[in-house]
Design a protein around this ligand. Structure first.
Ligand SMILES: Cc1cc2nc3c(=O)[nH]c(=O)nc-3n(C[C@H](O)[C@H](O)[C@H](O)COP(=O)(O)OP(=O)(O)OC[C@H]3O[C@@H](n4cnc5c(N)ncnc54)[C@H](O)[C@@H]3O)c2cc1C
Length: 392
């Protein structure tokens, strides 16, 4: 099928951060064709990061999380509560679970990620939660409001650590379980991870590290605890499973699209196998010059920055998604911020800046990232250095 000179219809699958920002950018750049924004959740788009932080704490309501306030009502045709089930790229058709179809000139995959559920763990039990969506957060918030005696969080990544912190702020007893020996050691490195562990321990979080979860124990359909691979058992009346996510690409398996832990794209975020299909946000794997390898980035800023790249590319530009990645996480009342590709470091230099930790990450002697606990200004120079390396 030949490509139309200028697309008339853009179909975006995934009505969340990356999808909404792509639609906004298309309009800002003057696109006057049709935009269909389809998503499987029933809600208008909302922001996810507060779901493990102040939303769970009760400080925010759903209306505070709205993401599409700056998108005029007539800017897109909404198709909410619609799960895409198949893509036929030769005919440029996406099929939906309700039996409907949409055609496109350009397709944008903004379908994000979905939580990993370990085999053997029955997440259908009462008292067991995942945390990705607003509905997940509402269910979890209701169970937290009921005052559980003991919370177990499975997975000491960003979301698990934030959840532990949120539970402690509510005065709840919480145990964080992970098969790795330290929390967040992959993105932060062992020294910074140890510092984080010490802070959480001082806050009253109990840890079971270096041990895998085996199965839940339950009574009458409600969770009573977690059995560990070392034979131990943790009593729990509330469990959150937060062991990571995988790209939400199962529905694309038969499409012929190049997939490899995400949708494989060039630096303009166009699919390497089908150039009229783009991917953006958590779901895209693309080559980044700072690491010289394909990466997938599960951070908020990557979705926002990628959205303008996709819009520009759809409208005939030749942009490259080479922004310096950045992230933040709120734990223990501290905003921890990072820039660059910290997980790729072979050397980490840690310093104490008047009681706050600042770490610089290097690979083969070259700075590739930094993390600062409550010291955002300390990241400015590293961000500049990385941005300069991208231009040079
Ligand atoms: C609890 C939580 C806390 C977070 N905190 C932080 C933080 O502090 N800092 C940070 O940098 N990042 C954080 N993140 C990550 C950040 O929210 C994501 O990077 C961002 O949401 C990615 O946006 P996205 O649009 O690519 O994907 P998503 O926000 O995941 O949206 C994808 C959308 O597509 C839908 N979808 C999937 N499959 C289909 C289908 N087949 N058909 C139709 N629709 C489909 C999904 O239901 C979803 O609505 C957090 C994430 C979570 C869950």
């Amino acid at each position: 099928m030949s490509e139309p000179a200028r697309p008339q219809r853009v179909l975006i699958v995934g009505a969340s951060l990356a999808g909404v920002r792509t639609a906004e950018s298309l309009r800002t750049l003057g696109f006057d064709g049709e935009i269909v924004l389809a998503g499987d959740e029933p809600h208008r788009p909302y922001d996810r990061p507060p779901l493990s932080k102040d939303y769970l704490g009760g400080a925010r309501q759903p209306a505070d999380l709205r993401l599409d306030a700056t998108l005029p009502d007539d800017a897109v045709r909404w198709r909410l509560g619609a799960a895409a089930t198949a893509l036929d790229p030769a005919r440029r058709i996406v099929s939906f679970a309700d039996g409907g179809e949409e055609t496109y000139d350009r397709l944008v995959l903004a379908c994000g990620t979905t939580p990993i559920v370990p085999p053997g763990l029955d997440v259908g039990l009462d008292g067991v939660h995942l945390l990705r969506t607003l509905d997940d957060a509402d269910g979890l918030r209701a169970d937290l409001d009921a005052g559980p005696r003991h919370v177990v969080v499975l997975g000491a990544g960003f979301i698990g650590a934030e959840l532990a912190s949120t539970c402690r702020a509510r005065g709840l007893a919480v145990t964080l379980v992970d098969a790795a020996p330290l929390p967040l050691s992959r993105p932060l490195g062992p020294e910074v991870a140890q510092h984080l562990l010490d802070l959480h321990r001082a806050d009253g979080v109990d840890f079971r590290l270096g041990v895998a979860a085996e199965a839940f124990t339950a009574e009458g359909g409600r969770v009573t605890g977690l059995r560990l691979a070392d034979g131990g058992h943790l009593a729990a009346d509330l469990v959150v499973v937060a062991i990571g996510v995988r790209p939400a690409t199962a529905w694309l398996a038969d499409s012929g699209l190049a997939l490899d832990d995400g949708v494989v794209c060039g630096s303009d975020l166009a699919s390497l196998s089908h150039p009229d299909v783009y991917a953006v946000g958590d779901v895209v794997r693309f080559e980044h010059p700072l690491v010289g390898a394909p990466v997938r980035v599960e951070h908020w800023s990557n979705a926002v920055e990628g959205a303008s790249v996709v819009a520009e590319a759809i409208l005939g530009g030749q942009p490259r998604h080479h922004a310096v990645p950045s992230f933040w996480t709120d734990q223990l009342g501290v905003k921890i911020q990072g820039v660059g590709f910290t997980a790729w470091a072979d050397e980490v230099e840690v310093e104490d800046d008047a009681g706050a930790l600042v770490a610089t990450y290097r690979r083969e002697g070259r700075t590739i990232g930094a993390v600062a606990f409550g010291r955002p200004r300390r990241l400015i120079a590293v961000r500049r250095e990385l941005a300069a390396a991208l231009v040079g």
